[in-house]
Design a protein around this ligand. Sequence first.
Ligand code: NAD
Ligand code: MG
Length: 396
Amino acid sequence: MGLSFPEGAKRRVTILGSTGSIGRNTIELIERDRSAFEVEALTAGSNYRQLAEQALRLRPALAVVADEGAYAGLRDALNGTGIEVAAGKQALVDAAQRPADWVMAAIVGAAGLEPTLTAIARGATVALANKECLVCAGELVTAAVRNNGAVLLPVDSEHNAIFQVFDFNRPESVDRIILTASGGPFRELTREEMRSVTREQALMHPNWEMGAKITIDSATMMNKGLELIEACHLFPVPEERVEILVHPQSVVHSLVAYRDGSVLAQLGAPDMRTPISLALAWPERMAVPDVRLDLASIGRLTFEPPDTERFPALALAREALQRGGSHPIVLNAANEVAVAAFLTGSARFLEIADIVGETLARVPHRPIEKIEDVIEVDIEARASASRLLRSTAAVG
Ligand code: NAD
Ligand code: MG
């Protein structure tokens, strides 16, 4: 049976980042129940061909490509369909402004911040995959949610798990949050062995199929560091009570420990369609019968402590969170620059965390009060990380 929303109407949805891994999974779920959804807008970074193909199937009112150079291609591909087309950064913000009840924020990186905040500011229900938004501007984003009556539904699998088992009516009864981490493809390597890993090896995640940036973040474990910061903004638990636990099978998606000793967890197959569907149908649950957890065939679930010596990104992220202000913005920006350099072959794997650490040491700290502060620090940190990359390339 399909979904029927309480208001009896279709849910009107916008997908920011529709051509990415999260965006494509969201579309796959929407296409299972077309009677429940209408599509307001789809947006992509530069892949206008895939965006046009999605638009022809889903018939949104608007399709937007961030890269202005892709405008003509998108316009020609959708000519005569009645689907409005636009390009550029402002067009992304305008897309988020359009009247959709539900917005999937699935752009990767700080580039998603302004469109996501725009959807929040008009009180939409926002399914948040774009964790970098919360890392850079957690206080501003959560204040905007409260002030505008928006609803934030975490899509990141760990936060989606916590969202399902956290007793929001009795937060004082929560002792701690335990975020699980797969440990990535290099979980068992020494630092020496990590020195020579390739892009292809780093892109081979053992459990999850994801976009390139988050896959590299999983290999450095910066992903878990970003998720630690994300968790502290989403849930009323202080940093020292958020633990990280390595769980290589990615079946227990996270846990909440209560003060009486009870520990509640959410389990599922490592398939993003489960957390996306929870947000898409919320507060209902949609049928996703082809995603099934078969514990008997998995047989064994294992757990181990994280190793911050081999994965220094974890310690850098925790420290940036503790120091607050501009530090998490610098952490994120430097990481985006370093990961992009690794993906294009101009930085080695271990240099990613080095660049982040060094950029954090160089960019002066400042308090953050408004979105313009976030953007300024982001730009400054990117410039600083890029200079470092050029100087290390020159020596080594
Ligand atoms: P992806 O690289 O597959 O897709 C990113 C999307 O953003 C694409 O549609 C791309 O066109 C668009 N985009 C990229 N740069 C842009 C720019 N400058 N302006 C506008 N649009 C731009 O990434 P993904 O794996 O789908 O991840 C998206 C977000 O969700 C990330 O923040 C990631 O950390 C988070 N996330 C992803 C997963 C996953 O399983 N893929 C799980 C948890 C969280
Ligand atoms: Mg995650």
